[in-house]
Write a protein that binds this ligand. Structure first.
Ligand code: FAD
Ligand code: NAP
Length: 537
């Protein structure tokens, strides 16, 4: 846990991003150290311990590719690994590569200030430590700051409350309890079936229904593992060049609007039977053409009506008013079937808004729902939340939070003009949350480390995004988003879930493969769009 007084690189966060960064930087002979708010590694998989938490991309795809040995020795047990297994995996990575000695746990980075005289960052923590580093890398996560519940009357509630993103390590026993779940995003869709199996009663408060597809989870198929490993290098390369960073969706170029109704139905049925994100690869026009998108929506809605016995409840669960897939598609295990249980009630907050939380339960405009515990599955201050909570100051004391007051602006989602030598992993303006994030994380870590190595080889000490390159990138990100249907949903991709957050589409929707080529081209052209200066300049 000790580190030199003057570091080459300060890393914030010890999830997938921070761990790989430490390993890679150390391999380059650089001094690097990470600070992590939690008391262990794992990030998302350390914090989100709610019942049912698991990955929505097939396990072998949602894993590091940087080490052949690691890939050879790790065996996933399920098609979609659950949180405890993912956390074991990340702990294994930390141990295998001896990373813990370079991580300070239980410590939050509170500020990072750039010193123009020395060209170094001064980083401070909530334990009073001050660190000097040439580079600072924010590996702080896109979904690491819970959206804090702020319901009228909340403080009056006498029972326990839980946020899915900060679940107690010892677990929660809901046996015999009446439980309210507020929210119906991925976290709720995964946890509700598990909570309903244990609790006496579960009441779900839904503001917006989500589209969800069945995972068809089970023990990982040995044939899948064999096929994956037989062509592993090629599969990994295909992931890197794909649109979403995963290949199990088996994407086609076929257009939904060009096939017959029967052919379309068969395609969707086949992919529904396969489960998970297979449906995302069905047609190339689903996310750009409203007609094709409506085909996907109609098919999924029909499945909801099949899965839910009570037609009134089914209609409440059918999403309306926003295009299919423009909020992250959920992958569930028995989510809709859970509404067939006698101990589960759905409250539609669009019909009867949530008025307040009382001492004994949840009150809507129509009724009181007495409960013993409340689960807030209300998501995150996504993409910018972890960064704007740190006092990050660049040149002339420029505060990142102020710079982003009208929405985040970056060059490639990697750097911000006015903030030299400060990198972000999966920052806004990169594919990040629209992708298999492990693939995007590895790409960013490789790019950042290559950049630091390149600067060192040329006796350059400072790199900074030029304002012009940043403006052009922001314009490109917006232009690509405008070609999709994403802007039409009130999603957290647009910050719409956090009151007062500017409505800006934050991730880059151009695809992981396209984005990688752009980043590689910029690096090959001696970091085009970046201003470079000698060390100390
Ligand atoms: P994180 O895992 O979020 O780690 C960031 C770490 O930084 C955290 O541990 C946090 O404590 C720490 N940190 C933040 N700020 C500070 C600070 N100021 N000081 C010190 N430490 C700090 N992605 C997928 O691709 N597929 C999935 O199936 C999937 N499932 C998900 C399920 C859930 C419940 C959630 C919330 C996210 C999911 N994601 C998924 C996204 C997931 O966040 C990424 O896949 C990946 O785990 C991110 O890794 P990371 O290291 O970049 O960030
Ligand atoms: P989320 O998708 O933002 O869902 C939050 C839910 O809470 C939404 O239904 C939202 O309704 C509701 N909500 C928020 N504030 C509310 C309020 N004041 N009153 C009533 N309802 C409110 O958050 P999440 O489910 O935690 O998921 C976030 C992301 O994490 C996912 O999109 C995904 O990327 C990742 N994730 C993945 C998995 C997985 O399957 N592997 C699991 C969990 C999370 P509105 O829609 O109306 O805002």
């Amino acid at each position: 846990m000790t580190h030199p007084a003057e570091l080459d690189v300060a890393v914030v966060g010890a999830g997938f991003s921070g761990l790989y960064l430490l390993h890679k930087l150390r391999g380059m002979g650089l001094s690097a150290h990470a600070w992590e708010a939690g008391d262990g590694v794992g990030g998302t998989w350390y914090w989100n311990r709610y019942p049912g938490a698991r990955v929505d991309i097939e396990s072998q795809e949602y894993s590091y590719s940087f080490s052949e040995e690691l890939q050879d020795e790790w065996q996933w047990s399920e098609r979609y690994a659950a949180q405890p297994e993912l956390l074991r995996y990340l702990n294994h990575v930390a141990d295998r590569f001896d990373l813990r000695r370079d991580i300070t746990f239980n410590t939050r980075v509170v500020s990072a200030h750039f010193n123009e005289g020395t060209g170094r960052w001064t980083v401070t923590t909530d334990t009073g430590e001050t660190i000097s580093a040439r580079f600072c890398v924010m590996a702080t996560g896109c979904l690491s700051v819970p959206n804090e519940p702020n319901f009228p009357g909340q403080a009056d509630f006498k029972g326990p409350t839980y946020h899915t993103g900060r679940w107690p390590h010892e677990g929660v026993d809901f046996t015999g309890k009446r439980v309210a779940v507020i929210g119906t995003g991925s976290s709720a869709i995964q946890s509700i079936p598990q909570i309903a199996k244990q609790a006496a009663e579960v009441t779900i408060f839904q503001r917006t229904p989500n589209y969800s597809v069945p995972a068809h989870n089970g023990p990982i198929d040995p044939e899948v593992v064999k096929a994956w490993n037989a062509n592993r290098a090629e599969n990994r390369q295909l992931q890197r060049l794909s649109a979403g960073g995963f290949i199990s969706s088996d994407s086609t170029e076929q257009l939904s609007v060009e096939v017959s109704d029967e052919e379309r139905r068969q395609t969707y049925e086949k992919r529904w039977a396969k489960g998970g994100f297979a449906i995302l690869g069905a047609f190339a026009d689903q996310m750009i053409d409203p007609v094709a998108n409506a085909h996907a929506a109609e098919f999924t809605a029909a499945k909801i009506r099949e899965r839910v016995k009570d037609p009134v409840v089914a209609e409440k669960l059918v999403p309306r008013g926003y295009p299919w897939g423009t909020k992250r598609l959920c992958v569930d295990i028995d989510y809709y079937e859970t509404y067939n249980r006698p101990n589960v009630t759905l409250v539609d907050l669009r019909e009867t808004p949530l008025d307040r939380i009382t001492a004994t339960g949840v009150q809507t405009s129509e009724a009181d729902y007495p409960v013993d515990a409340i689960v807030f599955a209300i998501g995150f201050d996504a993409m910018t939340g972890a960064l704007t909570r740190i006092d990050i100051r660049g040149r002339d004391g420029l505060l990142l939070k102020d710079e982003w007051a009208a929405g985040p602006r970056t060059y490639l989602g990697l750097m911000v003009a006015g903030f030299p030598n400060l990198f972000m992993v999966t920052g806004p303006g990169s594919p990040s949350v629209l992708s298999n994030m492990v693939v995007s994380i590895e790409q960013h870590v490789d790019w950042i480390c290559d950049c630091i190595g390149w600067l060192g080889n040329r006796q350059l000490g400072v790199i900074e995004a030029s304002p012009e390159a940043q403006d052009a990138w922001v314009a490109h990100v917006n232009e690509v988003a405008d070609q999709t249907l994403y802007q039409q949903a009130n999603s957290w991709y647009l910050g719409a879930n956090v009151p007062g957050k500017p409505r800006v589409f934050m991730p880059y929707a151009g695809g992981v493969g396209v984005y990688r080529e752009l980043c590689d081209g910029i690096a090959a052209r001696d970091y085009e769009g970046f201003v470079l200066q000698p060390a100390g300049g």
